[in-house]
Design a protein. Structure first.
Length: 103
């Protein structure tokens, strides 16, 4: 629904609905075609991003990118993830094309 986020509610124990999951604030989202990239030193991989607003393509939009390994699964005793930071290089500012895609 254009202009309105989709929200999934669950029935709480006290009888009041609670938000289980929802579209992001203002419907803005940048998705990626592949979530996991397994790479070795020296590898170069292209990633396609999709900019949308409430599920519709968002053309000619500036996107700011930054490295955030905080959501990576790290277990005790495992090798560190996302290190060294210099191993991953990408443009910090990009603009989506007419289809809302970024490469």
């Amino acid at each position: 629904m254009k202009g309105n986020p989709i929200v999934l509610l669950t029935q709480a124990r006290r009888g009041r609905p609670e938000i289980a999951i929802s579209e992001p604030w203002r419907g803005l989202h940048v998705g990626v075609d592949r979530f996991v990239l397994r790479m070795s030193p020296g590898d170069c991989v292209a990633v396609r991003l999709y900019a949308t607003c409430y599920g519709q393509a968002l053309p000619d939009t500036r996107i700011l990118a930054f490295l955030d390994p905080g959501r990576l699964q790290q277990r005790p005793g495992a090798l560190p993830v996302a290190t060294p930071k210099s191993a991953v290089d990408f443009a910090a500012r990009v603009i989506s094309d007419a289809r809302g895609e970024l490469r």
